[in-house]
Design a protein. Sequence first.
Length: 300
Amino acid sequence: MFTTTLGPLHLRSPLIAASGTVGSVVDFAEVGALESYGAAVAKSVAPVRWDGNEPPRLGSSGAGMLNAIGIQNPGIDAWRAAYGPAIADLPVPVWGSAVGGSPEDFAVVAEGLAAAGVTAVELNLSCPNLEGETMFALDPKAAARVVERVRNRVDTPIGAKLSPNAEDIVAVASAVADAGADWLVLTNTAWGFAVDIATRRPVLRRAVGGYSGPPIKAIAMRCVWEVGQALPQLPIVGCGGVTNGADVVEYLLAGASAVAVGTAHFAEPRVGARLSKELGKYLKSHQTTVSDLVGGAEPW
Ligand SMILES: Cc1cc2nc3c(=O)[nH]c(=O)nc-3n(C[C@H](O)[C@H](O)[C@H](O)COP(=O)(O)O)c2cc1C
């Protein structure tokens, strides 16, 4: 009833814990409901340690969350030493997430993650391209170069995580698929900004940050829909604003084969257990399965 397929991977559940919201996964095991997910994605890792941005780097705006953490991480060697040995004992398949400033950076991290024993590698393409002018995920050619380099270096299944800020998300999706991505994650956060009216300062020290949570659901859903319509063979993990079982069903109907949940973990660390229950209720009452729902939105 719950099983789903993402290219070469078979998942016991379509629910995925999104990168950056469950730490290394290892250190989320005590507070989260890891057994509820088909996979959990660790925080993105770079080739060397990144200290992240200066606070304030988290804030809220409306029903959403703003962050400019700056992908604070210990670097792949330290990450592998700290978490690699614990991965196999967790009650969920762990995926790694790679970031970097060049295709080679991503390849080095992907090799380290694969050696640490992750089941799959997500490429967080929503970070600045140090060799170019903008983030990888906004530029089909730059994004494809990253995927191609990683594809040539690891056998691990690869997911490419794109940005809703891309001008033409279908063009980026098509380029990374041609370069060897096994699936897409749609999407990362959307650029956002807020001002604190008491201090008159931007909520985030860096002013602009990543906006997440319920207000971005329709934006990420639009990406899933457009890419799903244009490239129906390419598996998609929908991601953005999921807080209940109905959101999960919506993403599946729009064309996602799996659905990642992120920001909801901050208010409700065990949200995966509730989502699983609510999805199960829907499947039972509608006498359907996850695979039957995928791309099942009816035309007008
Ligand atoms: C505090 C925070 C940190 C995040 N860090 C990462 C990260 O390291 N790598 C990544 O690919 N996505 C990261 N994300 C993005 C989420 O994985 C997810 O794509 C996004 O928040 C949209 O989903 P949501 O609305 O369910 O949170 C982060 C999100 C938040 C809120």
